[in-house]
Design a protein around this ligand. Structure first.
Ligand SMILES: [Zn+2]
Length: 254
C-alpha cells in the first residue's frame, strides 16, 4: 500500500480517467481509499472529479466525521463506509455513472447473464440494487445485502459502484462493467443472446484463482439463464458449441 501522498495522487488520476472516459459528468461520482483501520481518504462534493488536486481530498473517520481537509466530503460517504465496514479486504471504491451500465440500471436490468467469459471470471455477475435516494442512508441500505457477495453493483436509476483490493482494481472493474454493458446492449440490439452453459461456467469459476487481480473472497454466483436470455434453438446451441471448441485458449488480460 502506498503513502498518503501517493494515494492522493492516485485518486486524482483515477478521477481524471473517469471524466475522460465519460463515466461521470459535471460533479458526478466519488472515489475513496482506506488509509488505515480508522481513516478513509475521499473526494469532495461539488467539484468535477476530472479536475481535482491532492489538497481537495478529505480524510474522514469511520463514523463519517471530517478529520482533515478544507472541502466538504462526498455526500455518498455512507455508501463508502458501509462497504469498508462489510468488506475488510476492500481498500478502494469508485462510484460513477457510466452511460451504458447506468442505462441498464435505469431500465431495471441487472448485468447478470453469462455472455462474456472474462466477466464471469472477474465479476461473476453485476446485480441491480433497488433505488435509494442519493445522499441519504437509504442508498447504503439498498446496497447492504449485495456488498458481501459482489465487487460491482448497479444502482437502480443512478449508476454503478465498484470496489477492490486497491483503487486501481476498483477503477478497472468500473471499466469492465461499462464495457460489458456495451456488449450486452449489442446482444439486445441483435435480438439474441447465446449464454455460456453450466459446464463452461463451472470451468470458468474454477479457473478464477489462476488469474491475477481476481482475488475477491466473494463467491460471485453466476446465473446460466434468466428472463429474456437464452432463447436459442437446440440446433443453434449445437452449432455454437462447435465454434467454441475451435476457439484458441482463452486469454485474460488484466
Ligand atoms: Zn452517483
Amino acid at each position: 500500500m502506498g503513502s498518503e501522498h501517493q494515494l492522493r495522487r492516485e485518486i486524482v488520476k483515477m478521477g481524471r480517467a473517469l471524466h475522460e472516459r465519460g463515466f461521470i459528468a459535471a460533479c458526478d461520482g466519488n472515489l475513496s481509499v482506506r488509509l488505515n483501520d480508522e481513516r478513509v481518504l475521499v473526494t469532495p462534493t461539488g467539484m468535477s472529479k476530472g479536475g481535482m488536486h491532492s489538497a481537495d481530498l478529505v480524510i474522514v473517520d469511520m463514523e463519517g466525521q471530517r478529520v482533515k481537509g478544507r472541502r466538504e466530503m462526498t455526500s455518498e460517504i455512507g455508501m463508502h463506509l458501509l462497504i469498508y465496514r462489510m468488506r475488510p479486504d476492500v481498500r478502494g471504491i469508485v462510484h460513477a455513472h457510466p452511460p451504458t451500465a447506468t442505462g441498464f440500471a435505469a431500465a431495471g436490468l441487472a448485468l447478470n447473464q453469462p455472455l462474456v467469459c472474462e466477466v464471469v471470471i472477474g465479476l461473476g455477475q453485476i446485480p441491480l440494487a433497488p433505488y435509494g435516494t442519493p445522499g441519504t442512508p437509504e442508498l447504503a441500505q439498498t446496497l447492504e445485502p449485495l456488498v458481501p457477495d459482489y465487487d460491482a453493483i448497479l444502482m437502480a436509476n443512478h449508476g454503478v459502484v465498484t470496489y477492490g483490493a486497491d483503487l486501481h482494481s476498483a477503477y478497472m472493474k468500473m471499466e469492465t462493467v461499462e464495457h460489458f454493458a456495451q456488449i450486452a446492449l449489442v446482444t439486445h440490439i441483435l435480438g439474441q443472446q447465446q449464454l455460456l452453459d453450466r459446464p463452461d461456467l463451472e470451468k470458468l469459476v474454477a479457473a478464477r484463482s489462476k488469474y491475477l487481480g481476481v482475488n475477491s473472497a466473494a463467491p460471485m454466483p453466476v446465473h446460466s439463464s434468466n428472463g429474456n436470455g437464452g432463447r436459442l434453438s437446440r440446433r443453434s446451441r449445437a452449432r455454437s458449441s462447435r465454434t467454441v471448441l475451435r476457439e484458441p485458449a482463452m486469454r485474460f488480460e488484466n
